[in-house]
Design a protein around this ligand. Structure first.
Ligand code: KG4
Ligand code: ZN
Length: 335
């Protein structure tokens, strides 16, 4: 079994992990604080921060794992999807290091890696369905084998994470708003306010209408009470969170039932949400479905999940050439 260094740089986290014999020995994540002041990720600033962080992040992963460069068998990296400038930093670094050490390169699809975060300390069986919910994506994936996946549903507009972040912004909360909504919602009443759910066919999602209806609702209420948001912040967060989780689980349930699946997995940054984790587990328990939810550190962007895909690819001798390019768009194939 190989020893692999994996690098993740698709968005605003620089991460490096070491995987040996299929086990994660280190998973270092350097988050970029520079975006907070701008209310969202600024691509140019993200690329520059990756440049600054990447050497020290890789160095820390090697030191923490006790693995010397000479012991590595391959270098893996996120090829896409993501911000092109951010991806270029990770891809170029991986190429340079692989060339210097004479090692093979392994390219990894970031969305496939989110799904496979569930393979790090669990062993899901096949087929199962994974709900991937992140800042950029909302996908229902039919997982047939470790590297064999089919996209059967996705968002037509905003991602679930964007729905959290954009509505948080409407409430005056700083970026990223998802974790803050989660925190404030714990003190609120989820049934206080009702927001309309989208009517979309099949397993696809839409979140842009929800954002607009929340905007109109807040505009209406603040016209008669300037302190409406302040007075109701916890109930607003709890109600918004409940609506997003309701929407997510309704389509997931439909997909699982119609495909006769009995095992479900959760992935992506929004799977750190405590309400989603709880209700996902309850959904499984109530239907007798086996449930997989990654540890918190494997939910948001991390290189351990990249290393996990790379480990399977190494065993298949699935290496890429040194002139490989990053891909801003890199879809899992549609069913
Ligand atoms: O997977 P991820 O780290 O990055 C992308 O690839 O997009 O996901 C980041 C997203 C952000 O939208 C953030 O607000 C959301 O995950 N998020 C949460 C929570 N923690 C992170 N959303 C709701 N509740 C949370 N606890
Ligand atoms: Zn991600």
């Amino acid at each position: 079994m190989p020893t692999i260094l994996a690098i993740e740089s698709s968005c605003d986290d620089t991460s490096a992990a070491i995987c040996k014999d299929g086990k994660i020995l280190a998973n270092i994540i350097s988050s970029q604080k520079v975006h907070e002041a701008w209310g969202g990720v600024v691509p140019e600033l993200a690329s520059r921060a990756h440049m600054k962080n990447i050497i020290v992040t890789v160095d820390m992963a090697l030191r923490e794992s006790g693995i010397a460069r000479e012991q590595l068998d391959a270098i893996a990296f996120t090829r896409g999807p993501g911000l092109i400038g951010s991806l270029l930093v990770g891809v170029s670094f991986a190429k340079g290091m692989a060339m210097a050490l004479g090692l093979p390169l392994i390219e990894v699809n970031h969305m496939q890696a989110h799904v496979m975060a569930n393979f790090i300390d669990q062993t899901p069986s096949f087929p199962h369905i994974c709900l991937t919910v992140s800042g950029g994506h909302t996908q229902i994936i039919l997982v047939k084998a470790p590297l064999e996946m089919e996209l059967i549903g996705e968002t037509l507009d905003d991602a679930a994470g964007e729905a959290f972040d954009k509505t948080a912004k409407l409430l005056g909360l700083p970026y990223p708003g998802g974790p803050l909504i989660d925190k404030l919602a714990q003190l609120g009443n989820p049934n206080k306010f009702k927001f309309a759910e989208p009517q979309i066919n099949g397993y696809d999602y839409s979140f842009s209408g929800l954002k607009t209806s929340i905007l109109y609702f807040i505009q209406k209420e603040t016209r008669s009470d300037l302190d409406f948001i302040k007075e109701n912040i916890n109930d607003l967060c709890a109600s918004i969170q409940k609506t997003i989780v309701d929407i997510l689980l309704k389509k997931l349930t439909l997909a699982v039932r119609e495909n006769n699946i009995t095992e479900i997995a959760l992935a992506g940054g929004v799977s750190a949400n405590s309400e989603l984790r709880k209700r996902f587990q309850d959904l499984g328990n109530n239907n007798n479905w086996k449930v997989h939810i990654p540890r918190f550190e494997y939910c948001t962007d991390n290189a351990a999940m990249i290393a996990t895909v790379a480990n399977y690819k190494f065993l298949n001798k699935d290496f890429c050439s040194y002139d490989v390019e990053p891909l801003a768009r890199y879809q899992i194939s549609k069913g």
